[in-house]
Design a protein around this ligand. Structure first.
Ligand code: SF4
Ligand code: SF4
Ligand code: FES
Length: 323
């Protein structure tokens, strides 16, 4: 292993509009055998930048505090070995360390995750009989145990495009909270029914099962397969199953909103590719999405330009930077 490494770390704070304002700063650090990314950050704090902010607690992958983006990938800094990082970083390139991009910046590598606490409070807690007459089987405990291993690192939330790209923080609970909802809904003693909220308030329909959240979960929770898909199935059973719920299905048919397995038997069903109307709709949706992306790009580059200008003025006023 090389005995030195260059870390390019984000340094900055939010500007008056709350947008991240700062720059990437290079630090050359001596490496010791067995170091993890968090060790390198601590060495930078100890030797070069005592004002570099980063959040951590356990240094054992248990508290979920040290989440950041290392080389563009959401990870726990305390569980990311330098050996692996050096292997994936191109030669003579620095290791990039940035804060989680889906949350508002507090300072440097620290982000404000209070949205998570607000969302958590919206979930109806467990509600069961005072004196349960129930034999709890091991299989029931095992099923919940996977969800209970969540360390609330928010790496899954940081990765989910519904939140990160589309900013649907008010409409969508995000993968971490579908895990929590699943742990409550699958609890054998719980008597609450949260399916209406899962559909309407927590917006499970926005999840298109890309599995990106599952890929980054350091606890190895199968978020999509074991939490989100079963919750989606409950919503479908409750609202759209024409066999279990024939009255609702019939109402849907008479009101023209045809869904589920009855759809192919109605004259409103058009096999893919056969309806030019559908094609037109899809094309105009793509056009709309393209023009939104163009608009977002413009806003982004204007913001970057004004941040650069501000930074240059600040630097001029401040004089040479201390390191
Ligand atoms: S599977 Fe769903 S919750 Fe997970 S990242 Fe994809 S859209 Fe988000
Ligand atoms: S589900 Fe996994 S990635 Fe998401 S908060 Fe919990 S431990 Fe972190
Ligand atoms: S410091 Fe606790 S998970 Fe990294």
């Amino acid at each position: 292993m090389s005995d030195k490494v260059t870390f390019r770390v984000f340094r900055g704070e939010p500007d008056a509009d709350g947008d991240p304002f700062g720059r990437m700063v290079d630090y050359e650090v001596k490496l010791d055998e067995g170091m993890v990314v968090l060790d390198v950050i601590h060495r930078i704090q100890a030797e070069e930048a005592p004002d570099l902010s980063c959040r951590w607690n356990c240094k054992a992958g248990k508290c979920g505090s040290c989440s950041a983006e290392v080389n563009g990938k959401p990870r726990l800094m305390c569980m990311t070995r330098m050996e692996d990082i050096l292997e994936e970083t191109p030669e003579n390139e620095p290791v990039l360390v940035k804060p989680m991009q889906a949350f508002p910046l507090t300072k440097d590598l620290v982000t404000d995750t209070s949205w998570a606490y607000r969302t958590d409070k919206m979930i109806e807690p467990i509600n069961g009989p005072e004196e349960p007459d129930w034999e709890f089987h091991q299989e029931e405990a095992d099923r919940l145990q996977e969800f209970r291993s969540c360390i609330e690192c928010m790496l899954c939330v940081n990765t989910c495009h519904v939140l990160r790209e589309h900013q649907m923080y008010e409409e969508f609970a995000g993968p971490r909270f579908f895990v929590r909802l699943a742990s409550l809904e699958m609890h054998p003693l719980d008597t609450e029914n949260r399916v209406p909220e899962i559909k309407d308030d927590f917006g499970i329909g926005y999840c298109n099962i890309t599995r990106c959240c599952t890929e980054v979960c350091p606890a190895g929770i199968q978020i999509t397969d074991n939490a989100i898909i079963p919750l989606k199935e409950r919503v479908v059973t409750e609202y759209y199953d024409p066999i279990l719920n024939p009255i609702k299905a019939a109402l849907n048919i008479t009101s023209g909103v045809v869904s589920g397995v009855f759809q192919p038997f109605t004259d409103k069903f058009q096999p893919p590719g056969s309806d030019p109307g559908n094609l037109k709709k899809a094309q105009s949706a793509i056009e709309l999405e393209r023009s939104r992306a163009e608009e977002a790009k413009k806003v982004d580059s204007t913001r970057t330009d004004s941040a650069r200008r501000r930074f240059r003025t600040e630097r001029k006023n401040r004089g040479p930077k201390r390191r």
